[in-house]
Design a protein around this ligand. Sequence first.
Ligand code: NAD
Length: 357
Amino acid sequence: MSPQRVRFGSGTIAELAAEVERLGGTRVAVLSGPALSDLAHQIGHTLGPLGVAAFGKAAMHTPVEVTERALGLLRGRDVDCLVAVGGGSTIGLSKALAFRTGWPQVVLPTTYAGSEVTPVLGQTEYGQKHTITSPDVLPESVIYDVELTLDLPVELSVTSGMNALAHAVEALYAPQADECTERMATDAIARIAFGLPLIADCPTDPGARAAVLFGACQAGCCLASVGMGLHHKLCHTLGGAFGLPHSQTHTVLLPHVIAYNASAAPDAIGLVGKALGVPDPAGGLFDLIVRLGGPTSLRRLGMAECELRNAAELATSTSYPNPRPPTTDDVYGMLRAAWSGDRPTVPAPADGWERTG
Ligand code: NAD
């Protein structure tokens, strides 16, 4: 039996209490971040006597001290099941609590981060973000309700969509990639690139929201099934050690990493271009981000210029698979370009992006 049950649709939140009961939950804690505390409160209310606690202070990058604080509070209320409503930060808190307690989780994603379908937990302690991969953190139940995403501001929709796109892009050149990952990743890229401009025009368009949410689920499945490369390493470094915001950092860096890896993974990068529908996968993605009003410079995200070399050294201090081996100097050069907001470019090969192998 699959260790995870996924529901997708509109109004699916109505199935929440039944999912909790299916998992044997009798005393539920509802987790959220500060921005969604009203929604969390409503959810607690609809759970009736099942809802016994709430914790509304989930924070970006899952700081261990926040998890410990929540754990103390929820143990005091004899909680035996978690319901998380929110983005990757709230789902991260839920995973961190489940890892420590074994409590089952029902999660209601409201962004496109994709954490809900991965057995991965990233948590931050002493200024560094560490990753744990364990079946114990995979939520038992995911309820995608498109209606919960209609209020996600356009700016966050764009950056969160780019976060999802990054999972799919890096899956295409991962060493474990196979035909199945390739199809799922290219499909995810196409759905997200189709849906985001429609969301920018009409944020409450349910069809566009459903396309991007489904693409994000597919991209999350890619993240769950293969290892990520330089792009994710850099984003973890800039988030964990320099406090940069997660999805915005993904948005700024992705076109640059695509350009960096293009010569070493031409087939994979060609598939990215085809799925995006552009001849230049790096420049075309950069242009899409600009058109959607997304961020294009690390400087604008608050990164200090004097920290760029430090970040490049940290991101290259351990080895991980990446098509083009990342050297500190090369990564520093790329970070500088991303800091300045330069437009990267990958010229299409003379014979196009058709695969030859
Ligand atoms: P987030 O969860 O911090 O959400 C961003 C902001 O959007 C928050 O202020 C939140 O309150 C608000 N928000 C969320 N949904 C909303 C809605 N529907 N309406 C209005 N506001 C809403 O950010 P995120 O980008 O979703 O997640 C980032 C975190 O997730 C990072 O810590 C990252 O490392 C982690 N992550 C983990 C994985 C994994 O597999 N482990 C994958 C992706 C991301």
